[in-house]
Design a protein. Structure first.
Length: 143
């Protein structure tokens, strides 16, 4: 075999991990409600396999007893999801976007939609609930 030199045998490690259960239906419901479009950037990216690149983000994290409810979710691109989870961006009760002072490079803020407002589902019963937005601003946001 020509590539036997490059082969590396790695030992296998068994792990037991306990974390809150995450419902796959949550991800599907968020992607449907937001039409596979990032609520912050407005970008809709579909990969070569016809799958959406948008991610379902919890507003109140699952680790902090946030429910798998569409009212506790946002459709976000990978980079925006990372920023949201780390408190670099948040959302006010009127869906205005909040950006942490000095925590977000200009190159990233240029990705945010020009209105600086969250793009929300057309159905009111699928829009982020103010209770979860308040939690994110108080406990996660670094603004």
């Amino acid at each position: 075999m020509p590539y036997e030199i490059d082969r590396v045998d790695r030992r296998l490690v068994s792990q037991v991990l306990q974390r809150p259960f995450r419902d796959r239906a949550f991800s599907a419901a968020i992607k449907t409600a937001y039409h596979d479009t990032c609520a912050v950037t407005g970008l809709k990216l579909i990969n070569g396999g016809e799958r959406s690149e948008v991610q379902a983000a919890h507003i109140r994290p699952v680790a902090d007893r946030g429910p798998d409810s569409v009212r506790n979710g946002l459709a976000l691109s990978g980079t925006v999801h990372w920023m949201f989870d780390r408190g670099l961006i948040s959302v006010d009760d009127d869906y205005g976007l909040l950006i942490a002072c000095g925590g977000v490079p200009d190159t990233i803020t240029r990705l945010i939609n020009p209105e600086r407002r969250l793009l929300v589902p057309s159905r009111p019963d699928e829009r982020p609930h103010t209770q979860f937005l308040h939690y994110h601003r108080e406990k996660v946001f670094k603004g």
